[in-house]
Design a protein around this ligand. Structure first.
Ligand code: NAG
Ligand code: NAG
Ligand code: NAG
Ligand code: NAG
Length: 225
């Protein structure tokens, strides 16, 4: 029965093509990444690498890339990459403290930038943009936040201090609540005892002498009879 086998093969081919049709648009699309950390910290006066890589399955040609700062439309650095065998060429740069560090050879697709002599005012949002003419001029971007700080430890200390303060505060609050509860039950007990004393004293001395007021009350009538 050669017909059935052929039909099976045709079906498999058809299914395969369908699957590919689903997968290709996803894997073809340009992707831009700035790594896992959403926020990076750096000390003022030092330098920091702002990472950015991209990937594109069908490759690229005359790819354009640029970095922007804090939602501004004007790039802080801008360039292009002719093809996969060439390194990026910087066309515009608005600051001498910025240099392009990556390479696009050997599928590195790395367009990271280095910021030198960091100032506190360099803190903010840095967005890496890539546009690939070979993919319908598809544009993608990824953003990383830079925090320029005095000392890296200080940030950790602040967090630790906050955590310690919160934990200490909670424990302190619990102790206060426990003490209050003790105090309130103590006061309640005292007032109840006072009330009892009043009741006792007004009902006579008989009950208190034996220390067993309940049983005494029951025993009393028979002794009288
Ligand atoms: C960082 O800033 C502080 C406070 O403005 C300053 O005292 C310190 O010298 C700066 N550090 C560097 C390396 O520039
Ligand atoms: C990109 O290039 C820079 C500079 O050479 C390097 O430090 C960094 O690790 C590279 N990033 C990736 C993801 O390869
Ligand atoms: C950029 O944004 C950060 C916080 O998002 C802010 O601290 C900084 O002042 C902004 N810089 C400029 C030049 O607007
Ligand atoms: C980043 O790309 C998204 C779409 O992928 C777009 O909506 C957004 O405006 C872009 N961000 C910037 C800063 O260009």
């Amino acid at each position: 029965m050669p017909g059935a086998g052929d039909r099976g093969k045709a079906l498999a081919r058809w299914l395969g093509a369908g699957l590919l049709g689903l997968l290709i648009p996803m894997s073809l699309s340009l992707e831009v990444s700035v790594g896992k950390a959403a926020v990076i910290y750096a000390v003022n006066g030092t330098e920091i690498l702002l990472p950015c890589t991209f990937s594109s399955c069908i490759g690229f040609e005359d790819l354009r890339f640029w970095w922007t700062y804090n939602n501004s439309d004007t790039p802080i650095i801008e360039g292009s990459v002719k093809n996969e065998k060439s390194d990026p060429r910087v066309m515009l740069k608005d600051n001498d403290r910025i240099t392009l560090e990556g390479t696009t050879k050997e599928k590195k697709n790395n367009i990271s930038i280095l910021l030198r002599d960091l100032e506190f005012s360099d803190s903010g949002k840095y967005t890496c943009h890539v546009k690939n003419p070979k993919e319908n001029n598809l544009e993608h971007n990824a953003t990383i936040i830079l925090q320029v700080v005095d000392q890296l430890e200080e940030v950790d200390n602040t967090v630790t201090l906050i955590i310690l303060a919160v934990v200490g505060g909670v424990i302190g609050l619990l102790i206060v609540i426990l003490l209050l509860k003790k105090l309130i039950t103590f006061i309640l007990k005292k007032t109840r005892e006072k009330k009892k004393e009043c009741l006792v004293s007004s009902s006579g001395n008989d009950n208190t002498e034996n220390g067993l007021p309940g049983s005494k009350a029951e025993e009393k009538p028979p002794t009288k009879v």
